[in-house]
Design a binder for this molecule. Structure first.
Ligand SMILES: *[C@@H]1O[C@H](CO)[C@@H](O)[C@H](O)[C@H]1NC(C)=O
Ligand SMILES: *[C@@H]1O[C@H](CO)[C@@H](O)[C@H](O)[C@H]1NC(C)=O
Length: 321
């Protein structure tokens, strides 16, 4: 009997060690849903090209063979999408490289990394990044910025995912000065392609001076940990159409509606979050998402503001992992 108790205790403590570990999380490592389904390596092993023009960028990111595309400087887009092929890493050089006035799309693709890019002001309907019917995408250490000078529909999304996209990690990014930040699940009518998919992890991101959708998620599964939500004018995590969310060790500061479930039929488990000047809805619909199928290290909520402010966004990690 003691042996059995001991084994049980060992088992419980090893499970706890995985799930409730709160050492400092590594800043340069892929964790989350993009580690599943075979993992996400982008263009690892392929040739590296450096581009400085829109035409060269468009051409360099197409095709399905592994490749690393370095963007040097801020490229001015033409308002249309830049379609990225399979097995591609797009990485900015130094601290001020990326694209303005246009955005990237991965459509029916797989295994793409976006890193160290400054992405700004893409006119609707082009999102800064759109992931459509795609799998294994890692969006890491980018700065997404727009402005709040126009109506909420002047720009579309900063980072949108739809049509059955799956296995995405969104880490260490800054999202700022925008209305409709990150929409996961584009419509109430796409349940047949989205249910069971749209699995996404958001960790160590800064959402600052944005209106809403950090994210808004329909049908899918979102795990959010150690993010800093600072000045969100409307709803932050908006769970709808049966979506399940697990929200832990985040800081919500000056957020009108930190977690929303009841308006549109989603679910949320929240634990160990700090709410400052932010009133959590006391009637949250509690869901079934309490564990995730990967190991991860959280930073405790009371350390999140300084860790995220110091390490999120472009210019912090300029090489590949
Ligand atoms: C890219 O990957 C997707 C998903 O595996 C596949 O369906 C598609 O055919 C690939 N595209 C090319 C051009 O190989
Ligand atoms: C909380 O709100 C009050 C009143 O609007 C404001 O003065 C204060 O600076 C806010 N606190 C933080 C941490 O932003």
């Amino acid at each position: 009997m003691w042996a059995r108790l001991f084994t049980t205790a060992l088992l419980v403590s090893s499970v706890l060690a995985i799930v409730v570990d709160k050492r400092a999380a590594p800043v340069d490592q892929l964790v989350g849903f993009a580690t599943q389904n075979g993992g996400t390596t982008g263009g690892a092993g392929g040739p590296t090209t450096t581009v400085t023009s829109l035409a060269a960028l468009r051409s360099a990111v197409t095709g399905a063979s592994p490749k690393i595309v370095q963007v040097s400087g801020i490229i001015t887009g033409d308002g249309e999408v830049v379609d990225v092929g399979n097995h591609t890493t797009v990485i900015g050089v130094g601290s001020n490289s990326g694209i303005t006035g246009g955005g990237f799309r991965v459509k029916k693709g797989t295994n793409v990394i976006f890193r160290n890019l400054r992405l700004s002001k893409s006119p609707a309907p082009t999102d800064l990044i759109e992931l459509q019917t795609s799998t294994n995408i890692w969006v890491d250490h980018n700065t997404f910025s727009s402005d709040l000078d126009h109506g909420k529909d002047f720009y579309d999304g900063q980072l949108d995912m739809n049509h059955g996209t799956d296995f995405v990690t969104v880490s260490w990014n800054i999202f700022t000065e925008h209305f409709k930040t990150s929409l996961v699940g584009g419509s109430d009518n796409t349940g047949s392609e989205d249910s069971g998919h749209l699995r996404v992890t958001y960790h160590h991101n800064l959402f600052q001076d944005v209106n809403s959708r950090t994210p808004s998620i329909r049908f899918g599964t979102a795990h959010l940990f150690s993010n800093f939500f600072n000045d969100v004018f409307d709803s932050a995590v908006d769970s709808r159409d049966g979506a399940q969310t697990l929200v832990e060790n985040n800081v919500f500061q000056n957020v009108k509606d930190p977690i929303e479930t009841t308006l549109r039929g989603g679910f949320s488990n929240q634990r160990n979050n700090i709410f400052t000047n932010s009133t959590l809805d006391t009637g949250l619909a509690v869901g079934t998402l309490t564990t995730v199928p990967y190991t991860y290290t959280q930073d405790a909520a009371d350390t999140v503001v300084s860790i995220v402010n110091a390490n999120a966004g472009a210019g912090k990690v300029t090489t590949l992992p």
